[in-house]
Design a protein around this ligand. Sequence first.
Ligand code: PFF
Length: 447
Amino acid sequence: MKSADGQEEEQWASRHGFLLAAIGSAAGLGNIWRFSYVAGQNGGASFLIIYLVCILFIGLPIVIAEISIGRNAQSDAVQAFHHARPDQPWYLAGGLAVIGCFFILGFYSVIAGWSLKYFISALTGHLSETQDNSTFFSLFIAQPVEPIFWQAIMMAATVAVVAGGIQKGIEAVNRFLMPILVLIVVILAAYSLTLDDAGLGLAFLFTPDWSAFTRPAVYIAAIGQAFFSLGIGMAIFLTYGAYLPKSHSIPGAAATIVAGDSLLAIVAGLAIFPAVFSFGLNPAQGPELAFITLPELFLLMPGGRWLAILFFGLLVGAALTSMFSILEVPVAYFIRKTGRSRSTVALALGLIIFLLGAPASLGYSVFDSATMGGRNILELYDYAISNLLLPLGGISTALFAGWGWTKAKALGASEFNDKLSGRLWLFCLRFIAPIFIAWAFIALSFF
Ligand code: PFF
């Protein structure tokens, strides 16, 4: 992709580097913090099955579409849609993604900040000295300054890496962090599986309750989680795909990314649910599962302080590798639009995004009376992002690649070697994804 001065062509150094960065982008707070509480609230195994089906028939086709659109144009979200179809206003879908990323990262950085606070508290031993974790959490969150401070640190780290560029910033840090994160989640799962009654957690995650399949709310939660966990519909893979050299096959790369993301969610589930059940705790507690229930568990376990360090270290690392990719979407657009340097743009946008996220953080203190339908500001962000913004972005991407682009161009850009899988891909984009997403939209108003 052209940089501000139009000279430097930024690209991933290798396919491996791209894959690591893309898996790092997909695997984030959504796979650990959000997956565990949404699966916990929606019955575990039945939810997991529907989630995986959504990933396969909606998520994977959209990831392939995004990478193809980006790689084909080698440009940012807005320009890429315009390049593919200059005669129709599809660039608006790119515009929606650029704006959407501001809000997503604003909200995301708040929870990333909480993770950092817990990580540091685990390191210094404060977390394990605490008797009651729900008090630890409420004391932390009920005062305005500290949560904002940690949010600012996470944003500053993100800006620093993105300012470093694709190869030297994003790719280099992902190459370093991703293997560590995989190792941590595997260690945590292995430990959790050795606990007494770990089988109860396994049964929760893998033995479906068939009656859950008749509950529309489970389908809505599963599709929302599939979108969040992959991070589709917001041109994130489009933007990363723009830095992919022409010679790399897209369907294979997309399948690797999607498999890596789902696997990480499942292994994180294997770390969390056996432990939760082993200690007789409730998996359906909602968003505070990772920040109240799990720290409580760590206190009860031998070596719990180390487990807490590993778990919150994992959350911080996974959040960071996702934050780079969310920031990169508007950064790529504004570098082209303003002609300013990558560092200036990253810094300016980082500041704006930080300010957008701050009210979500303050929703537990200064703005705690600001609620709508029982949701505080942060919960409203989460709801609007997962249930409205991402599906809207996803449906536009699917409709564009399925109908807006000509069939020949879509198949050419995605480089399916085999005709049948190319047709299946288009079928998912044309029918399955739009119909199911539209159904979820409508159903959401009724359930
Ligand atoms: N997919 C990542 C996660 O699961 O945390 C990051 C992400 C991107 C989350 C975009 C949400 C989102 F809208």
